[in-house]
Design a protein around this ligand. Sequence first.
Ligand SMILES: Cc1cc2nc3c(=O)[nH]c(=O)nc-3n(C[C@H](O)[C@H](O)[C@H](O)COP(=O)(O)O)c2cc1C
Length: 122
Amino acid sequence: MVQVAVWEENFSYELAQRAPAFVLQILGEGQQDLAHRFGSVSGRTVDKLVGLETFTGVTGFPILRDCLAYLECDVVFRWKAGDHLILVGRVIHSEVRRPGRPLIYDHADYDAPTKEGTVGKA
Ligand SMILES: Cc1cc2nc3c(=O)[nH]c(=O)nc-3n(C[C@H](O)[C@H](O)[C@H](O)COP(=O)(O)O)c2cc1C
C-alpha cells in the first residue's frame, strides 16, 4: 500500500478526486530536469508528457519509458485532510526498469541516496 497527498490548488487535485487509479513513477539520479518539468508547471496550462516516450500500463495510464521504476495503484481510500487530498493506493503492478539510484528531493534540493541508503547531504 502506498500513499500520496495532493494540494488542493494543483490540477492533480481535480483528477485525484475521481481517478480510479494512479501511477507513482520513480526517477533516477541525473533526472532533475524531468523532475523539475513535472513539479514546477501545471497540467492546466501544459501537457507535461509532450515529447517524452511513454507506454501504457495496466491501469491505462501513460508511464515514462525512462523512469527508474514505477508502481501502478488502484485507489482504495480518499481522505480530505486540510488543504490536501490523501490517496491510499494498493499496488497492482510494479517494475524496476533499470539499475540506478533513485532521485530524492531533500531540503529543497535533489540528491540520491548513498550506498547505505541515506541521503548524502548533511
Ligand atoms: C520534488 C517535488 C515533490 C512534490 N510533491 C508534491 C506532493 O506530494 N503533492 C503535491 O500536491 N504537490 C507536490 N509537488 C508540487 C507539484 O508537483 C507542482 O505544484 C505541480 O506544478 C502541480 O502540477 P499540476 O497542477 O499539474 O497538478 C512537488 C514538487 C516537487 C518539485
